[in-house]
Design a protein around this ligand. Sequence first.
Ligand SMILES: [Mg+2]
Length: 395
Amino acid sequence: MMGNQGEVRDGPPEKGGRRAPEPGARAMKVERITLTHVRIPLIEPFRISNGEVSDKDGILVRVDAGGLAGMGEASPMAGSYYSDDTPASVWKFLSDRIIPAAFAAKADSVASINRLLRRTGGSSFARAGLETAFWDLEARSAGKPLYQLIGGYNVPVESGLEVGITNGIPALIATIEKYLAEGYKRVKIKIQPGWDVGPLGEIRQRFGDIPLMVDANGAYAREDIPHLRSLDAFGLMMIEQPLPGDDLRGHAELQGKIRTPVCLDEGAGDLAAVRRAIRMNSCRLVNIKIQRVGGLANAIAVHDLCASVGMPVWAGTMPELGIGGAQTLHLATLPNFAFPTDVESSARWFIDDIIEPLITVREGMIKIPVGTGNCYEPAEAAIRRFRVDERVFEP
Ligand SMILES: [Mg+2]
């Protein structure tokens, strides 16, 4: 289950895991930044332990400079149940705060936008949207795929199936059966108290020893630790965020009592939190989300920290639309990403997507197209069709 490790690479991993990042292009004067709020209906509602959504909201961030455009995506959940950020609050923070600050600081590169965003702090989703647009721009202006700029590899990325909480076990089994036919490399189900041993038992009975993991989005409490020990019997790859995000001590207590590796998501909010979690033995794995940590540079920093202590990571999603999904694919080519990513086919969740080509999973793998930047192009007709708001900013 070592993710990309068995694949043919276009070169050997270098010391410390990452290859030497290649430089982007020279800095360019930013002429325009465009925010587009798009809303795409989901094929089926996405339900986790804290709430449910039936549309996918994304805020696309387009940075124009020197005849090129870099695309980013800020991708908060429509319900504020993963974090306090909503599409409206993220839009406001981008519009009122960090886009004006980027113009004022004459930010013209990945390095300069990161210097600025370290000072502003604030919504990680908003920062990720703006920062990743600069990465795309810098890679496109250098004529290189993004993975080369971040020290990644030209490898296909393993994709894992994610299934929300369903109305009853038969619906869960039917969904898994339908999508396993596409060859997804593992199955992840959302769990909560009262929805764990039942579904897991059925899955094991029906599908045997498929690679299987669970995500509770913090739905359990320390009092549930004896119950969570019973999940060891299912041979899970990991249990993701069983306890509330800030309870690193509780996770350490749990990890000391169960065999299943504990993975942090909400609890790994930034580099400092991951450092604390490692010190406290709160987890054995970390889910890295570009949106949660506020951009690609921060995601790489978490990757490198975990690699330095021998802790494997993997790449999670909100899930994002195609722009955010594409960035996550590039991130997931770094060598310490040791488990399948949550990036799935565009058609898995959305009735359409805002990139060309769509992200597709074949035999469980996603191949990044040949190209520059994030290697997917914005699908302008789809962006217009699903647009609910747009605003253009100039210096
Ligand atoms: Mg999660």
